[in-house]
Design a protein around this ligand. Structure first.
Ligand SMILES: [Zn+2]
Length: 164
């Protein structure tokens, strides 16, 4: 266990809400779950993956606000890291990128915002020449979100539209 991870676990115990992975994303929001009583503490490796992912989310936030937002619009993550127990409880796939902290579900207020988020993420990938694993435009009823995943390596650049 590295000192940095030890410190993170300590901070998390003291004040989960304010333990930051990057300037605008906290560990609390990247590990939040509606599954009551389930331990959803990420491993050191998962924290590293979450931090990499949050780097992309920071760029998404910045670019959204430059192009369309009011300057300080947040990016809302409804699901990030999921422990095995949490993933099973929400019916996630056994190979889900959420299990390793490589994926985030980014809430969109409708199809238009989801498409704009997706466009920005593709532009970020083009400009940085960095690959991503999944960019899924998901919908369930009238709820829309973008499932976005980045792995440490072996990124497959899967782009799809998914009806849940
Ligand atoms: Zn997802």
């Amino acid at each position: 266990m590295t000192l940095e991870y030890e410190q993170l676990l300590e901070d998390m115990e003291k004040d989960r809400q304010h333990t930051r992975l990057t300037p605008h994303f906290t560990l609390a929001e990247m590990t939040r779950t509606s599954v009551r009583g389930a331990d959803n503490t990420p491993s050191e490796e998962a924290v590293e993956n979450l931090r990499r992912l949050c780097g992309w989310l920071e760029k998404l936030r910045e670019e959204w606000n430059v192009r369309y937002g009011e300057g300080n619009d947040p990016i809302i993550v409804s699901s990030g890291y999921r422990s095995k127990v949490v993933n099973r409880a929400v019916g996630g796939s056994t190979t889900s990128n959420h299990l390793t902290g490589c994926a985030a579900d980014i809430r969109a207020c409708g199809p238009e915002q989801a498409l704009r988020y997706a466009t920005i993420l593709l532009d970020i990938s083009d400009n940085s020449q960095e690959a991503f694993d999944e960019l899924l435009l998901e919908r369930k009823g009238c709820a829309y979100w973008v499932h976005f995943a980045v792995r440490p390596q072996g990124n497959r650049r899967r782009i799809r539209s998914v009806e849940n």
